[in-house]
Ligand binder design. Structure first.
Ligand SMILES: CC(C)(COP(=O)(O)OP(=O)(O)OC[C@H]1O[C@@H](n2cnc3c(N)ncnc32)[C@H](O)[C@@H]1OP(=O)(O)O)[C@@H](O)C(=O)NCCC(=O)NCCS
Length: 179
């Protein structure tokens, strides 16, 4: 299964995609600042175990995000878990290569996964969460059509301070913009 957009190729990650560079992204404070994985140092073994578990999971798909021009791996986007008994799933992502930030790749990848989720998987709704301070993440989700549904006030600690968390949702019949 592959999803192609103008500049990106998305395909399920395999163990062959687990590289030192991928591990380094997860340990980079610029990348993991808003990720819950920031509390544990990542190694080749922990990332391999994660990818293996995701490959076996029936209720989620972990896509690698690759540049079409050179097949360079630049990040990941996950659809899932899909809820038991409800056609509703979470979406989460990161662009690990910070040189690739701000070029619209997150928005483009989200657009592809949203279409896949609604058209191919028959889901009725997608949800996503982000620290309010993570403006780029909130902006990317909003750009493809997600709407803010609630703000959980001072919900989690971020750099030691209670911080708001924004919960967003996209229904299958909402207007959306895909790259
Ligand atoms: C959040 C993240 C996925 C955004 O990826 P990206 O490819 O840089 O995002 P895009 O280029 O598609 O930008 C989306 C929007 O965010 C805006 N944006 C980008 N960086 C921003 C920043 N630092 N502050 C505010 N807005 C920003 C962009 O301007 C764009 O909106 P626009 O096109 O209207 O200008 C990326 O920064 C990342 O992986 N961060 C680390 C991991 C993470 O936080 N993941 C999300 C967890 S919820």
């Amino acid at each position: 299964m592959e999803l192609r957009s103008r500049r990106l190729l998305l395909r399920p990650l395999t163990l062959d995609d687990v590289s030192e560079q991928y591990v380094a992204w997860l340990n980079d404070p610029r990348v993991n600042r808003y990720l819950e994985t920031r509390y544990e140092g990542q190694t080749l073994d922990t990332v391999r175990a994660f990818v293996k578990a995701q490959s076996a999971a029936e209720n989620s798909v972990l896509f690698g995000i690759f540049l079409r021009e050179n097949e360079r791996h630049i990040g990941n986007i996950k659809l899932g878990p899909v809820m038991d008994h409800q056609p509703v799933a979470d979406v989460s992502l990161f662009i690990g290569d910070v040189d690739c930030w701000g070029r619209g790749y997150a928005t483009e990848a989200l657009g592809q996964v949203v279409e896949y989720a609604f058209r191919e998987r028959g889901l009725i709704k997608l949800s996503a969460g982000a620290y309010a301070a993570n403006e780029a993440s909130v902006a990317a989700f909003k750009k493809v059509g997600f709407q803010v549904e609630c703000v959980q006030r001072r919900h989690y600690l971020l750099e030691g301070k209670p911080s708001d968390v924004v919960l967003m949702g996209l229904c299958c019949d909402d207007p959306r913009s895909t790259a």
